[in-house]
Design a protein around this ligand. Structure first.
Ligand SMILES: [Mg+2]
Length: 251
């Protein structure tokens, strides 16, 4: 099982990758900001840094990275790090809504992880346990959805929960908005990849939140196909209503 050094490693690697990416944003001429070449260079640099750190400090562990080759040897490994070096790359250089995901998976479940959101100057991890830092007023539940699914998931949840719907990019940023108490839920009805979901789910569960598939079933990681069918991260009190709302066929 993960020990305290795994939690600390996830925290440090996610944080330092975030710092590296922030430096890349701060250094180039403004004209490069938001360019495809900057996104590509950022993806590569972040991936290479994470892989180097894990190879040095956890040489026996496998790695599944959005930016790396998927080696089938990970399927028989006892410990697999699932990482997204830069989640929300469309926002990189344009907004604070991008993040770095680093998580350790054992027996198909995340056992340690961290999400860095440099634009919010914070890294959340499975240890020390996150505590909500924001309080909010108002009765209507606030739900974050993906920009691409605003008119699908957002509409369903607005009707079923009378919710206020907000949409931003990065999955990690949306999940951490729930962790810090800014919103009540993050719901994604479509497909994601394990590197989008794994570290945010690890941190959310450590914070006492629900993290499950959109049908309410348990998340499963290090599958042969890293596709991940939907995601709910929410305060426990909202879980059943969201699962019910999302189960209704809409077409
Ligand atoms: Mg990415």
């Amino acid at each position: 099982m993960a020990d305290s050094s795994d939690h600390a490693l996830a925290y440090r690697v996610a944080s330092q990758t975030g710092e590296l990416l922030q430096r890349m944003l701060d250094e180039p001429a403004p004209a490069r900001r938001g360019s495809a070449s900057l996104e590509h260079a950022a993806d590569r640099a972040a991936h290479e840094f994470i892989v180097k750190e894990l190879a040095e400090h956890r040489p026996d562990d496998a790695v599944l990275s959005e930016e790396g080759r998927d080696l089938s040897s990970r399927l028989s490994a006892e410990r697999v790090w699932i990482v997204d070096p830069l989640d929300g790359s469309n926002d990189f250089g344009w907004s604070a809504h991008w993040s770095v995901h680093v998580a350790l998976v054992e027996a198909n479940r995340p056992t340690a992880g961290a999400v860095a959101v440099p634009g919010w100057d914070t890294t959340w991890a499975t240890e020390p346990t996150p505590t909500p830092i924001m309080s909010r007023v108002g009765d209507a539940p606030r739900v974050l959805v993906s920009r691409s699914r605003r008119h699908v998931d957002g509409r369903v949840l607005q009707r079923a929960l009378d919710a206020e719907i907000l949409a931003v990019g990065s999955a990690g940023v949306k999940a951490m908005a729930v962790v810090r108490g800014e919103v009540d839920a993050y719901v994604h009805g479509g497909g994601l990849y394990e590197w989008d979901v794994c570290a945010p789910a690890a941190v959310a569960e450590a914070a006492g939140l629900v993290a499950c598939r959109v049908d309410g079933s348990e998340l499963c990681f290090n599958k042969a196909d890293p596709w991940s069918p939907g995601l709910i991260i929410c305060k426990p009190a909202f879980r059943d209503r969201i699962v019910d709302a999302m189960s209704v066929r809409r077409y």
